[in-house]
Design a protein around this ligand. Structure first.
Ligand SMILES: NC(=O)c1ccc[n+]([C@@H]2O[C@H](COP(=O)([O-])OP(=O)(O)OC[C@H]3O[C@@H](n4cnc5c(N)ncnc54)[C@H](OP(=O)(O)O)[C@@H]3O)[C@@H](O)[C@H]2O)c1
Length: 339
């Protein structure tokens, strides 16, 4: 599989990354939407066979079990794999003591040690903060990450779920302190959710950051297995997340899916590869973090790496999914200028 440099770094990563949020039996936010240990190992094997050697986890996925499973599987494969994980939230996502979460020096260092243990490794290739922490000085977080890099426990630092102003602040502070900076950001981006194109994607372009995309199929909606006017099929993530279904079941989303399915029919492929290929043709995208609960899903998604959309396909998908950009993007765009 083709690789790209992670932003301006020398690190090479495959264009598809395997997400492990579905690994391990979750008792919290992924309850009912995960795979068992055996299926998780089969997905990992299938990914490596397909040339995906970039894997993303987080300490909170299945309350640590995702990292543990990964650690058990890695063994002699460790050297072949570019390993990414994250810290920020309390285990179990909610609750925990005041120092069991956030991006304080204390919590970042503690969380990193715990992840290294679960992953059974001496180093993490890409250590990402899972979401900004407005209650901790940015300098404190960046210095803690810099120390981890200097100690050889982490190779590169990255971030996820930042606002535009806070990301720009972080880049500026690292540069003025002469310390390691965020080399990549992990953002939600799909044909359904294009908000990151307002600030975060232009910021990645401006600062030479790598972009890793999460929920590229909008939690599976863009796979085409959900139908207008029908309840989500049993055993799917959106059936498990009943309270969230209403936010997916919207005419705008069905129209986007119609456009995806038209392009898929032209290429004699599935909806998932088309939705992923739309992201892959974006120049800013370094790698897409694919979620797959089963090896069959993974194999279908891998087809995206070979799918070449035509300019007409891209135009049709862009048109169907165009959001209302709002101010000041409409104002700037009105002059034909990029923002
Ligand atoms: N930084 C962050 O805050 C953040 C947040 C979320 C995710 N992530 C990362 O991004 C990764 C991917 O996120 P995601 O799982 O939400 O991605 P996604 O691609 O939007 O959704 C993946 C889910 O869609 C379904 N699916 C995938 N391929 C399919 C196919 N070909 N046919 C039918 N159904 C298919 C499966 O769910 P079912 O079979 O259960 O329906 C699968 O678990 C995660 O593993 C994690 O590493 C990061």
């Amino acid at each position: 599989m083709e690789t790209r440099n992670l932003g301006r770094c020398g690190l090479k990563v495959s264009r598809l990354c395997l997400g492990t949020m579905t690994f391990g039996e979750s008792r919290t936010f992924m309850k009912g939407a995960t795979s068992n240990d055996e299926d998780a190992r089969a997905v990992l094997d299938a990914a490596l066979d397909a040339g995906i050697d970039f894997v993303d986890s987080a300490n909170v996925y299945s309350e640590g079990r995702s990292e543990e499973l990964l650690g058990e599987w890695l063994g002699a494969r460790r050297q072949r794999v570019v390993l990414a994980t994250k810290c920020r939230f309390a285990m179990g996502m909610k609750g925990g003591g005041p120092n069991d979460k956030g991006l304080s020096r204390r919590h970042v260092l503690e969380a990193c040690e715990a992840s290294l243990k679960r992953l059974r490794t001496d180093w993490i290739d890409l250590y990402q903060v899972h979401m900004q922490d407005g209650r901790t000085p940015i300098e404190e977080t960046l210095r803690a990450l810099d120390d981890l890099v200097r100690a050889g426990k982490v190779r590169y630092a990255g971030c996820s779920n930042y606002t535009g102003y806070r990301l720009a602040e972080a880049i500026g502070v690292s540069s003025s302190l002469g310390i390691h900076r965020y080399e990549s950001q992990q953002i939600q981006w799909s044909l359904l959710v294009r908000d990151a194109e307002r600030e975060l994607v232009p910021a990645a372009r401006a600062f030479g950051m790598g972009v890793l995309v999460w929920s590229p199929l909008a939690r599976g909606f863009l796979s085409g297995k959900y139908r207008r006017g029908e309840a989500p099929p049993a055993g799917t993530r959106l059936a498990a997340w009943k309270d969230r279904w209403a936010s997916f079941d919207k005419e705008r989303h069905w129209k986007i899916l119609d456009a995806v399915q038209e392009v898929a029919a032209r290429h004699r492929t599935g909806s998932a590869p088309v939705a992923l290929a739309w992201l892959l043709q974006k120049p800013e995208v370094t790698s897409i973090i694919v979620g797959a609960r089963t090896p069959a899903q993974l194999r279908e998604n891998v087809a995206a790496a070979e799918l070449k959309l035509t300019p007409e396909d891209v135009q049709a998908l862009d048109r169907a999914s165009a959001p209302e950009w709002g101010y000041p993007y409409d104002f700037i765009g009105g002059f034909g200028e990029p923002w």
